[in-house]
Design a protein around this ligand. Structure first.
Ligand code: ARG
Length: 488
């Protein structure tokens, strides 16, 4: 069954009014096989379900159903093992499977096309692919969440500077910073679960655009493939790519988050910050500068965000002017989806590795937490407690900061005498209030960085990770028939 180029049968060609050689000249340009061969498992699963539906409808005899399903299974095994040789006569995976089947079962294969079209077939394949892809992304998001949580637990007492405008702002707890990413990822996870749920509508039976003329039980067909429901409208079913946009949009937002985390890693590992190092194997060297330890995996995650945004924007642009009904433009969906999926999967794995490979320097973080007048707000709040209006307190402390800057001192270096010149009611409590730890402890609001709040947040994050009740679990299809997406 291998190595034979050329047609040899009627399958594998579209033919029609174009005749035997129809479309050959443009084939190289219009072919989608180079990328959609990756959908062979989904395509074959869809064909087997279609054959069973034709059988239930009495269009195919029982032996025909049996022979076609068995033949398709053999084609799957052959393609799985990389033994099937695709030829120049295969414009896409759908016709390639048909041709492969004809070699297995002979002219019976020509009945496979009954009552459907590549237009519904390709949507079905891509929806199956994306449901499984969403599950894979969710599993990798969870892995990164786990890494973040375990690093946050490890440094639950550590202080670090919080920044606004990348200027020292106020001290925060180290786990508070890491948990900020945890909750971003948690929303990303939800987005993929939701995208998956919307993808779970089966387009089979829509055929070319108007619906199939054969009495197929589409609910049963959908169930057979693990789809929770059937598309409402055949025209929509064949020309909608919202489900791909949902996936790409979820990928794009996820990449924004990964990219920001990557920037933090790059900053932390800089000599100027000095908050962390990357373990051997996770930093790259320089071919000329012997001292270099560059955070390359993090930089690349940041760099790859752009291509994922590009895939989303590309498909949005492809779709926006299309008339209703299938158009070949829609074939552009697959490379966007595959490109984004591969990139996101790779980036999630890389980031989990990077987070695990960080060797933090808590002393450096703690020292930095108190620099840059980061507790000036505490001094103002102290004055407010004495009855000074906040704006006035802000002005007084601002003056003190200016003087300290000029004299090269810190706020903690000011004597009680000097504070009392700002307001005679100031007591020794001000010196305690100026410590970064006191500053953190004071921020005990919901979602704040006080140790008690952060301890609760760590518990909630662990509970969310550990329990499927607290999160919407991805909906698994009832049967185990759903094929895995992989490289074709
Ligand atoms: N290769 C096509 C795609 O990826 C499959 C559908 C082709 N349909 C058609 N009538 N040309 O979208």
């Amino acid at each position: 069954m291998r190595g034979r180029g050329g047609g040899g049968g009627a399958a594998g060609r579209v033919g029609g009014c174009l005749g035997e050689r129809g479309g050959q000249a443009a084939l190289g340009f219009t072919a989608s096989l180079p990328f959609d061969r990756r959908l062979f498992r989904q395509d074959i699963a869809g064909s087997q379900a279609h054959v069973r539906a034709l059988g239930r409808a009495g269009v195919l005899a029982e032996e025909e159903v049996e022979a076609l399903c068995h033949g398709l299974e053999q084609v799957r095994a052959e393609m799985d093992a990389g033994r099937f040789e695709f030829g120049p006569e295969d414009p896409d995976i759908h016709l390639a499977v048909e041709r492969a089947l004809e070699r297995r079962v002979g002219p019976l294969a020509l009945k496979l096309r009954t009552g459907r079209s590549r237009n519904d077939q390709v949507c079905l394949d891509l929806r199956l692919f994306l449901m499984e892809a969403a599950d894979q992304v969710v599993a990798r998001i969870e892995r990164l969440e786990r890494e973040l949580l375990s690093r946050a637990e490890e440094g639950r007492e550590w202080l670090m500077p919080g920044h606004t405008h990348l200027q020292p702002a106020q001290p925060v707890l180290f786990p508070h910073h890491l948990l900020a990413y945890f909750w971003m990822l948690e929303r990303d996870r939800e987005r993929f679960v939701q995208a998956r749920a919307r993808t779970g509508a089966c387009p089979a039976g829509a055929a070319a655009l108007a619906g199939t003329a054969y009495p197929l039980d589409l609910e049963a067909l959908a169930k057979d493939l693990g789809f929770p429901r059937v598309m409402e409208n055949s025209l929509d079913a064949t020309s909608d790519r919202d489900f791909a946009l949902d996936f790409l949009a979820a990928c794009a937002v996820l990449m924004v988050h990964l990219s920001r985390l990557a920037t933090d890693v790059v900053l932390w590992c800089s000599d100027e910050f000095g908050f962390a190092d990357l373990e051997e194997g996770w930093a790259g060297g320089s071919s000329i500068m012997p001292q270099k330890r560059n955070p390359e995996p993090a930089e690349l995650v940041r760099g790859k965000a752009g291509r994922v945004f590009g895939h989303l924007l590309g498909l949005l642009s492809t779709l926006k002017g299309l008339p209703l009904g299938y158009a070949s433009d829609l074939q552009e969906d697959k490379e966007a989806v595959f490109g984004a999926f591969d990139t996101v999967r790779g980036c999630l794995e890389a980031m989990a590795g990077v987070v695990r490979a960080l060797r933090f320097r808590p002393e450096a973080m703690e020292a930095a937490a108190g620099r840059g007048f980061s507790t000036a707000t505490e001094a103002a709040d102290y004055l407010v407690r004495l009855g000074v209006p906040f704006v006035e307190a802000h002005r007084l402390v601002g003056e003190a900061v200016r003087r300290c800057r000029e004299e090269g001192r810190r706020l903690e270096d000011l004597t009680l005498e000097e504070w009392r010149r700002l307001d005679p009611r100031v007591g020794p409590g001000i010196l305690r209030a100026l410590s970064p730890r006191a500053a953190v402890e004071a921020r005990a609001c919901t979602g704040g960085t006080a140790p008690a709040r952060v301890a609760e947040a760590l518990k909630r994050a662990a509970a969310v990770l550990g329990s499927s009740d607290l999160r919407t679990a991805p909906q698994q299809p009832p049967t185990g028939r759903r094929p895995a997406p992989g490289r074709g």
